[in-house]
Write a protein that binds this ligand. Structure first.
Ligand code: C2O
Ligand code: CU
Length: 464
């Protein structure tokens, strides 16, 4: 096998480009032109004065005039075709977070496409193969552009219609801090309402878009975590007084039956478990009164490594791995892009100096991710779903867990594994996007794939 990949890094400020051999350009790694069922959307970026509640307006960058952008809902097996039209003053893209798209549809400026310049458009095409809760966001200057509002949810319904929940609602947490606002749920930094009647089954699709983990719990009802990053858990048990730690980029589907009377309150905490007075959400009949916000909560954090029940799974700790590698997460003061600042490192290096993980089609790859920085890092791998094998050296005892983003807490270690089944050049980075922008970003590369695009100020492609 051997690594055929090179990063070309000129000494001065010229662009960085990546290539792995010569043969296949990323632009040829595409979805079929057509399929029995096609769903088409157009997302047009726009600057909008957005009212986020409590008398606060922010100058948001949006897809179709709202942030979150429109929720795109498709069925498993659909060919999804999305035309992006850019009317903003800067280049943008769309990355389909968690979706195993063909490489050219991955939306990473400088790797899989050029940033879509003002006045231009670009069409993404991918098959929705896996049901679940996903999201989309710009991957051009993502640290800035996601914070400004370029994100939305993507829901893939299963091909075989299953029993539908009576209420299926999204809870998207976003941080407008960089524009002078607070944290919002969906469109407001005050109290969001979800209407539901006694006895109804409710699914809440939680997404954290921000650069810090959050805690979330429900007061007034036992609930289950039915899916993580869109992937169902096996036989999840009811939980109460448990805080769900949601890292940037992660999704939790929670499920419960509305109690006979009263409301359910969704409470948000910071990463230490301190209750935030706002935002919150109330789920229940319109006009009903709500349980008061608890002043504090028991600090019992949810642990997916001991939740649900085991089930036969394709990848286990006993599998034969073709390759084992490490990602050691660190931080240090250093020069980065000509400035002296806190950099975030993988294996002691910053992007673009981190050696890529080179994988061949068909291989089973195991990665040990360990934090030595003392900060939480939600690590996201593009184009693949990985199986979590162990947490802090202990194999999972509950349901198999399949993720695209794993929250590695200070000094924790995880082993994850994935099948290399989607050729291309893929990012692997921290979803605290400011960490990615300050070094914590690397590539997973298949051999003999090349990109005609490059990153840097000359091309204007700056994915982080
Ligand atoms: Cu959600 Cu590389 O990003
Ligand atoms: Cu990080």
């Amino acid at each position: 096998m051997g690594s055929a990949c090179t990063m070309t890094m000129p000494m001065d400020h010229a662009d960085t480009s990546m290539s792995c051999g010569q043969s296949t350009p990323v632009t040829s790694l595409q979805a079929p032109q057509t399929a029995p069922s096609v769903k088409q959307f157009t997302l047009t970026t726009r600057v909008v004065k957005l009212n986020i509640g409590a008398g606060k307006t922010v100058d948001a960058w949006t897809y179709n005039g709202t942030a979150p952008g429109p929720t795109l809902r498709v069925r498993q097996g659909d060919l999804v075709v999305v035309k992006l039209v850019n009317t903003l003053p800067e280049g943008v893209t769309i990355h389909w977070h968690g979706v195993r798209v063909p490489n050219v549809a991955d939306g990473v400026a400088g790797i899989t496409q050029n940033a879509v310049k003002p006045g231009q458009s670009y069409t993404y095409r991918f098959l929705a193969t896996d049901p679940g809760t996903y999201w989309y966001h710009s991957h051009e200057q993502s640290d800035e552009q996601v914070a400004r509002g370029l994100f939305g949810m993507l829901i893939v319904d299963p091909a075989q219609p299953t029993e539908r929940d009576d209420v299926d609602a999204q809870i998207i947490l976003h941080d407008w801090e960089s524009l002078g606002g607070g944290i919002t749920i969906n469109t407001t930094q005050q109290v969001s309402r979800v209407s539901a009647q006694a006895g109804e089954w409710v699914r809440l699709r939680l997404l954290n878009t921000r650069n810090h983990p959050l805690g979330i719990t429900l007061v007034g009802v036992p609930f289950t975590v039915s899916a993580l990053d869109g992937h169902d858990l096996n036989k999840p048990q009811p939980l109460q007084k448990i805080l769900l730690p949601i890292g940037g980029g992660q999704r939790f589907d929670v499920h419960f039956q509305m109690p006979k009377d009263g409301m359910v309150r969704l409470v948000v905490t910071d990463e230490q478990g301190e209750v935030l007075q706002a935002p919150a959400a109330l789920i229940g009949p319109d006009g009903a009164s709500s349980p008061a916000s608890p002043a504090s909560l028991p600090l019992n954090w949810f642990d997916f490594s001991r939740y649900g029940e085991p089930r036969v799974d394709e990848i286990t700790p006993q599998s034969h791995f073709d390759q084992q590698t490490q990602m050691v997460l660190g931080r240090q003061l250093g020069f980065f892009n000509g400035q002296f600042l806190m950099t975030y490192t993988i294996n002691g290096q910053t992007m673009p100096h981190i050696s890529p993980i080179t994988v061949s089609s068909g291989q089973l790859i195991k990665i040990r991710i360990v934090d030595e920085s003392g900060d939480p890092h939600p690590i996201h791998i593009h184009g693949h779903t990985f199986t979590v094998l162990s947490r802090n050296g202990h194999p999972l005892t509950g349901s198999p867990v399949h993720l695209d983003t794993i929250l590695v807490q200070p000094h924790e270690s995880y082993e994850v594994a994935f099948r290399a089944d989607n050729p291309g050049l893929w990012m692997d980075h921290c979803h605290n996007l400011n960490h990615a922008a300050h070094g914590m970003s690397m590539m997973i590369a298949y051999p003999n794939i090349s990109t005609p695009f490059s990153m840097g100020s000359d091309s204007g492609n700056m994915p982080e």
